[in-house]
Design a binder for this molecule. Structure first.
Ligand code: ADP
Ligand code: MG
Ligand code: ZN
Length: 471
């Protein structure tokens, strides 16, 4: 079989993090009762007039700035005409000729993916194919939710690269406060364009497009499947037709839907109800000033300022929640290594299985806990127990210190060890004749910890036990 290059371009839709919708004052909120969150504008009644939400424009500019885009001085809204039941006014307000952002790029590990544009548009309502109802239901709550659409150049060359791109993009949008990208709520969706060409040749092959994929896994599988399908057709002497295909995630294959429409099919024209948006240099600079730290900047800070390893910094910047948390703890307690250790083990273990899980100990309390360990007011083991109690029952750390705090001093510990050993001659004998003496040994350490309520220094306890056992 001949070798082929895979060529992929993505069109990514993300719902913006605004309070209200893009052309009316209805709430931008997920999970409401159907059709309770709409008005004449976002349902699309004739004659209703849109009023632009400035915040949505600002967020798209923010996105553009974090991805090295040029911001157009004038952005224009256009009507994209098509009929679909989830879009009652039969056109979507979008942008074609003059989007807010053009050009730009995102750097991946091994390559730069150029961006073509980022524009602002409105989301459509949602069709609900319910088995409980006859026919199909429509929920217009999502209608008019602000969406940014980002279009890449066809610079992506594999399914892995596509996932790397999307992961990076999602992280940037979340860090910049532009979008929450909750995939499971449809907050980020992706159209995938795929073509193949003989290895090393210049000219692109004919492409197909799969719309509205809502997980990275399905993007990955769709690219694998579709590129293989196209290669097989070409190898058998066939031709690829440009078309829109549906990705069927359950069956793991793509199915032909319709001949691909082009932009002229939509009869775009400037929306007469909306003024062009003028964006001044000052506007842009003011937004640039408010940009929070991006993942790469966090990483730099973690490595260079706090001396953490690349590995630790990578994990801490996977989620904004973690990197923000780290910085807050360090405000209270300046020990980066120890904080990072606790976040990477104790905290991550408790949140890793649940999407959007909360960190159920305040940065201030974690700092307190680590200080208690440092000045030996509690043992490491007891600190972990305290964390569990704070996490699970929201207990007060100062009360817990009364219960768990304090160390047993050496003399007292010695007496406790001696007593336990004297009271258990049979086990001592066991220890000397057993084939697995370490097991017996651990029984003794367990007893000491129980007796001291975990307040014994573990190393010292072990040393004393050994000493007495071998007397
Ligand atoms: P539309 O889909 O609206 O016609 P474009 O022509 O701008 O829009 O392209 C949409 C996407 O398709 C872009 O992400 C672009 O990079 C990608 N694309 C264009 N040509 C190809 C190709 N031959 N193979 C793969 N992707 C392509
Ligand atoms: Mg397209
Ligand atoms: Zn509305």
């Amino acid at each position: 079989m001949q070798e082929y290059d895979i060529v992929v371009g993505l069109e990514v839709h993300s719902e913006l993090k605004t309070n209200s919708k893009v052309f009316c004052s209805c709430k931008n909120q997920f999970g409401q009762e159907p059709n309770t969150n709409c008005c004449p504008v976002c349902v699309g009644l004739p004659g209703a007039l849109p009023v632009l939400n400035k915040k949505a424009v600002e967020l798209v500019i923010r996105a553009g700035l974090t991805m090295n885009c040029d911001i157009n001085e004038t952005a224009v809204f256009e009507r994209k005409n098509y009929f679909y039941p989830d879009l009652a006014k039969a056109y979507q307000i979008s942008q074609l000729v003059k989007p807010i952002c053009i050009n730009g790029y995102i750097d991946l590990k091994n390559k730069r993916v150029r961006l073509n544009r980022i524009h602002l548009e409105e989301d459509a309502g949602k069709l609900v194919h319910s088995t409980a109802a006859i026919g199909t239901l429509i929920d217009y709550n999502r209608g008019g939710v602000p969406l940014m659409e980002l279009v890449t150049e066809p610079d992506i060359s594999s399914a892995d690269e596509a996932v790397e791109f999307l992961t990076n993009l999602r992280q940037k949008l979340i860090y910049a406060g532009v979008a929450e990208c909750k995939m499971e709520q449809g907050g980020m969706r992706c159209d995938v364009n795929v073509s193949v060409k003989k290895k090393g040749t210049k000219e692109f092959g004919q492409r197909t497009e799969m719309k509205n994929l809502n997980s990275f896994r399905s993007v990955y599988r769709a690219i694998k499947y579709e590129s293989e399908r196209q290669i097989e057709i070409l190898e058998n002497g066939g031709k690829i037709i440009q078309e829109t295909r549906k990705w069927d995630d359950n069956h793991g294959k793509s199915i032909s839907m319709r001949r691909k429409e082009t932009s002229s099919d939509y009869r775009y024209f400037p929306d007469p109800d909306l003024l062009a948006v003028e964006i001044s240099k000052d506007d842009i600079e003011n937004i640039r000033k408010t940009l929070p730290l991006m993942p790469d900047q966090f990483k730099d800070k973690f490595v260079n300022e706090y001396g953490l390893s690349e590995y630790e910094s990578d994990i801490l910047t996977k989620e904004k929640k973690l990197s923000d948390y780290f910085l807050e703890v360090i405000n209270h307690y300046n020990n980066p290594k120890e904080i990072s250790n606790w976040i990477l083990t104790e905290i991550l273990n408790r949140i890793k299985d649940e999407e959007n899980a909360d960190i159920k100990i305040s940065p201030c309390d974690l700092a307190k806990l680590l200080k208690l360990i440092e000045n030996k007011s509690v043992t490491r083991t007891n600190a972990k127990e305290m964390l569990t109690r704070i996490w699970e029952n929201a207990e007060n750390i100062d009360n817990l210190v009364k219960e768990f705090g304090g160390n047993i001093d050496d003399d007292k510990l010695k007496v406790i060890v001696e007593t336990i050993i004297n009271n258990n001659p049979k086990v001592v004998e066991d220890y000397h004749i057993s084939e697995t003496p370490e097991k017996v040994f651990r029984w003794f350490t367990g007893q000491v910890m129980k007796e001291t309520k975990g307040k014994a220094n573990a190393q010292k306890a072990e040393a004393y036990i050994r000493e007495f056992l071998n007397k």
